[in-house]
Design a protein around this ligand. Structure first.
Ligand code: AHM
Ligand code: MG
Length: 333
């Protein structure tokens, strides 16, 4: 058994080749790991603390808000109270960004996040996640977030926390994807895998197949193709948890395809469900750093210029072979 004693902070401070200064990244990830520990602890006992169910409110996305959505969003705001070097907090749960300090300075950042991904799983003790994206803010900006209306390729770091049987944190900052596991007894995220590389093809696909009639016919063609393989060595199994983080984590480790296709509306337009800035960009950044691909069915997701903070897009993400296949099948028309 190898030695398991590299903490997240030590790793960040000694990692070479990152696109963001190690000191800045350490300050931000130190906060995010604390958020992960606070959320993991609460999720483990929320059923006996009256923390499950809905608040009765609807969020900016028009979705019913769960008590844990609201609480986890507050945990971000509370943990980043002291700001520096984070100037702006932008969440799928808030219509407007929250800012810390005065005008954003030279080396200040925005953290864009989905505090509780897969929230339909809260009440059944299913897997959940937190997703984050880190971008530089242009000096002098604050409420004006136009400097962030840029493609996901401009992220300087991104990652997620998976709350499963164990809690794991994965991040990338231009030097590959590294994964850490929380040891609750000592309260530390310990390095588990460094520089994860995805297989170029996998054995599973992930999609909410119950929505098939709402998707473009190209998606049905793709699913027919994936499910028509008779040879065990080339056939696919379906895996879908209802939490993007959990499904993506499988893909990252074992290869395969996760998709959330656009829903074709009566006027023939395709409408994605998952959010570009809080969900798709961070995972697309990670997948590319691990040798995989991410597309909206027509183009690389990291090249998409957001139409707004809460923009949604279709997604096809995973091993290079399966994502290229989806694009060839013209899944989004
Ligand atoms: P959420 O962030 O509000 O939980 O929504 C995102 C989730 C993803 O985690 C998951 O892949 C998808 O929505 C599940 O949606 P559906 O229930 O339509 O399959
Ligand atoms: Mg989500």
């Amino acid at each position: 058994m190898g030695s398991h004693n590299t903490t997240l902070l030590r790793h960040v401070l000694t990692r070479k080749g990152t696109t963001i200064p190690a000191g800045d990244l350490a300050l931000i990830l130190e906060r995010i790991e604390l958020i992960g520990k606070r959320i993991a602890r609460e999720l483990a006992r929320s059923s006996i603390r009256g923390g499950l169910g809905y608040t009765g409110e609807t969020n900016v996305q028009g979705e019913e808000v769960k008590k844990l959505d609201e609480w986890t969003n507050w945990v971000f705001l509370d943990t980043f109270e002291s700001g520096d070097p984070v100037c702006s907090l932008i969440s799928e749960e808030m219509e407007q960004a929250e800012h810390r300090g005065g005008q954003c300075q030279e080396n200040s950042y925005a953290v864009l996040y989905d505090p509780l991904d897969g929230s339909s799983n809260t009440d059944i003790n299913g897997s959940l996640g937190t997703i984050f994206s880190i971008r530089k803010r242009a000096p002098g900006h604050r409420e004006d977030v136009n400097d962030l209306m840029r493609p996901g390729s401009e992220q300087v770091a991104a990652g997620y926390i998976l709350y499963g049987p164990g809690t794991q944190l994965a991040y990338a900052a231009g030097a590959g994807v590294d994964i850490f596991t929380l040891d609750p007894a000592i309260g530390q995220f310990i390095l588990w895998k460094e520089n994860v590389r995805m297989p170029s093809r996998g054995k599973t696909y992930s999609v909410n197949q119950g929505n098939i009639t709402k998707f473009h016919p190209g998606v049905r063609k793709l699913i027919d193709h994936l499910t028509s393989r008779k040879d065990k060595s080339t056939s696919y199994s379906l895996r879908y948890t209802g939490a993007f983080v959990a499904d993506f984590h499988r893909c990252l480790l074992e290869g395969g395809l996760f998709m959330y296709p656009g829903e074709v509306t009566p006027d023939g337009k395709s409408k994605g469900k998952l959010r570009l800035m809080y969900e798709l960009n961070p995972m697309s950044y990670l997948v590319e750093q691990a040798g995989g691909k991410a597309s909206n069915g027509k183009k690389r997701l990291l090249d998409v210029v957001p139409a707004g903070l809460h923009d949604r897009q279709p997604i096809y993400i995973g091993s290079a072979e399966e994502v290229e296949l989806a694009e060839r099948m013209q899944v989004e028309g």
